[in-house]
Design a protein around this ligand. Structure first.
Ligand code: TTP
Ligand code: MG
Length: 346
């Protein structure tokens, strides 16, 4: 099998971010709620104290208080989680040559080999995330993304696990098909309907039967995943939906770092233009953000700086007398452009 892959997955990420800025929460059940449609919120992340009481991601927020009247329900603050995420991802990106940022709290990194040095380097990055950002994560290492993900799940919380190739079969046989990542809930349900209880049961299904049931491509993928084979390469060019740059002020006036923020964004913009600009201010215990949609896509530096300044003033005026600790700027709604420097990207 190929070079090893490490998966870094932050533990109970949104809830842990809340503990980070409010350490008094750590010994209480914490559930972060996302309100999407109307009032009905769902739990997006729960800390382990809450999980022990049966509180889970996906359940309606209204059920949380039934399970634990002491539970602390917090409204999700995506801009703050993004700012923590970008600090974590920057550490991983600086330490490895090939990284795929897979979600707000997960990144795969290619590891040289299984030598003691290479493995302890991965461990050191986990420790650096904790010492620099204050966030605990779990790390799984294996010869592909699937095995790294399985290792990471087994390591949770705050764990570190390497699954060597010769252990794959034994590890897989100890799992239920529901614990095989990436195969989806409806596939898992169908497998149960086919009488499958263990991965070993599933492995005894001939490939033709899987392909008849799930289609040629997916059937093959399931057949291979059940054997620990995953051909998907690391995809370091996965498009990020936004670019964000944060700066710690250390007493400086936020206006003095706007150009630096714009340049940090433009450096990574490459061949793309943006159509939405935003600013985030991080205070002790609070964040404030502003965003604005532009009439068209642009990558113009002066224009970006002027919009960032305008949004910064708006955001600052919302917390009069308070000094932010960190300030961030971001651009969203990105699209590829053929030529840069033009305003008419429509
Ligand atoms: P996960 O990594 O799946 O969950 P987690 O980090 O909270 O917990 P674990 O320790 O098991 O890794 O997802 C990362 C973040 O994504 C999570 O903190 C909140 C968000 N999220 C949602 O908004 N909705 C969801 O249904 C899930 C599962 C996650
Ligand atoms: Mg996570």
């Amino acid at each position: 099998m190929g070079d090893p892959v490490a998966l870094f997955d932050m533990d109970y990420f949104f809830a842990q971010c809340e503990e980070l800025r409010n350490p008094g929460l750590s010994d209480k059940p914490v559930a972060v709620c996302i309100f999407t449609m109307g009032e009905k919120g769902a739990v997006s992340s729960a800390n382990y104290v809450a999980r022990r009481l049966g509180i889970r991601a996906g359940m309606p927020c209204s059920r949380v208080k039934d399970l634990s009247p002491e539970a602390v329900l917090i409204k999700a603050d995506p801009d703050y989680y993004k700012s923590v995420s970008s600090r974590i991802m920057n550490i991983i990106l600086k330490e490895f040559e090939k990284v795929e940022v897979a979600s707000i709290d997960e990144a795969y990194a290619e590891v040289k080999d299984y030598s003691e040095d290479a493995i302890s380097h991965v461990k050191a990055v986990k420790d650096e995330i904790l010492s620099k950002v204050g966030i605990k994560c779990s790390v799984g290492i294996g010869s592909n993304k699937l095995i790294a993900k399985i290792a990471c799940e087994l390591a949770k919380p705050n764990g570190f696990l390497v699954i060597y190739d010769e252990e794959i079969d034994k590890v897989l046989k100890g799992l239920s098909p529901d614990e095989i990542p990436f195969i989806g809930k409806s596939t898992q349900r169908k497998l149960r309907e086919m009488g499958v209880r263990t991965v070993e049961d599933a492995q005894s299904i001939p490939i033709e039967v899987l392909q008849k049931e799930f289609g040629e491509k997916k059937g093959l993928m399931i057949y291979e995943f059940l054997r620990g084979i995953d051909r998907r390469p690391l995809n370091p060019f996965r498009k990020r939906k936004e670019l964000i740059k944060f700066i710690t002020l250390n007493g400086r006036d936020p206006h003095d770092v706007v150009e630096q923020i714009a340049d940090g964004i433009l450096e990574r913009l490459g061949n793309r233009a943006f159509r939405r600009v935003g600013v985030v201010l991080i205070y002790r215990g609070a964040t404030s953000s502003k965003r604005k949609s532009l009439a068209t896509w642009t990558s113009d530096r002066d224009y970006l700086i002027s919009v960032l300044k305008e949004l910064l003033d708006e955001a600052l005026s919302e917390q009069p007398g308070e000094t932010p600790r960190r300030v961030g700027g971001f651009v969203e709604d990105l699209r590829e452009v053929k030529e840069k420097g033009l305003m008419d990207y429509l």
